[in-house]
Design a protein. Structure first.
Length: 95
């Protein structure tokens, strides 16, 4: 076995779709870049209402949302997602 093949591949085998929700554009861009470098398919949203619409239009494997946002909070967004799609894990983050 070569050294290269012995290294653990840190990228997902199947492309996992992630929805990142944060009203801070720079945070969305940072998370998107970090996740895409690891092989994830990332969509960003700057508000909870837009995120809920995106969740109706596309299947996501996971949602990462900021806790404190203008308008609907990350906790309220989490509640709305779980009420409609309890199969999607939601990670609530804060800086």
């Amino acid at each position: 076995m070569s050294e290269d093949s012995a290294k653990k591949d840190s990228s997902p085998k199947a492309q996992i779709t992630v929805l990142v929700v944060d009203d801070d554009v720079s945070m969305c861009e940072m998370l998107q870049g970090a996740l895409e470098r690891r092989g994830y398919d990332v969509t960003t949203s700057q508000n909870a209402d837009q995120a809920l619409q995106l969740l109706q239009d596309k299947d996501f494997d996971v949602v990462a949302t900021d806790l404190n946002m203008k308008g609907m909070s990350g906790i309220d967004l989490c509640r709305r997602i779980v009420a409609n799609r309890d199969d999607i894990p939601v990670v609530v983050i804060t800086a």
